[in-house]
Design a protein around this ligand. Sequence first.
Ligand code: RP5
Length: 163
Amino acid sequence: MSAQTTEVSVLMGSQSDWKVMKRAISVLEELGIKTEAKIISAHRKPARLHSYITEAEEKGVKVFIAGAGMAAHLPGVISSLTTRPVLGVPLNATLDGMDSLLAIVQMPGGIPVGTLGIGGAGAKNAGLLAAAILATGNDALCGRIKAWRKAQAEALHEDPLED
Ligand code: RP5
């Protein structure tokens, strides 16, 4: 049996972003999607970012997720280097993450970034949205996403005193 292809790459600008961005990895792993994570700053390692995007495409990555705080150029720069979908997660490094949210969401027309919410919920939803993109034309993955949602609903008790 051939090794599973890495289909999603989760990038972040700093080690300080990992505690939030690992939520994207967790949900992708729960859905059986092979994912890799890299810390490659758009500002501090621009040449490495360029070479990595080429490497990732060659190895079969179909969706990029990028989390960044402050000026948060990482998702937009990635989108300038690939035609694959790029999902941006604004992180709260300063200004409650509003600086990052506005930087990521306000891409000029022509270079799109699908922008999620600030922080952990955004990272989790980026993982789920990447899975939904990959599930187009993949009935098995679609079934796993439906099962994941069913489990989520069943874990939500209507009685607030029930654990
Ligand atoms: C951004 O600056 C990173 O994505 C991070 O959110 C923020 C702060 O980075 P550090 O100073 O913690 O490395 O580039």
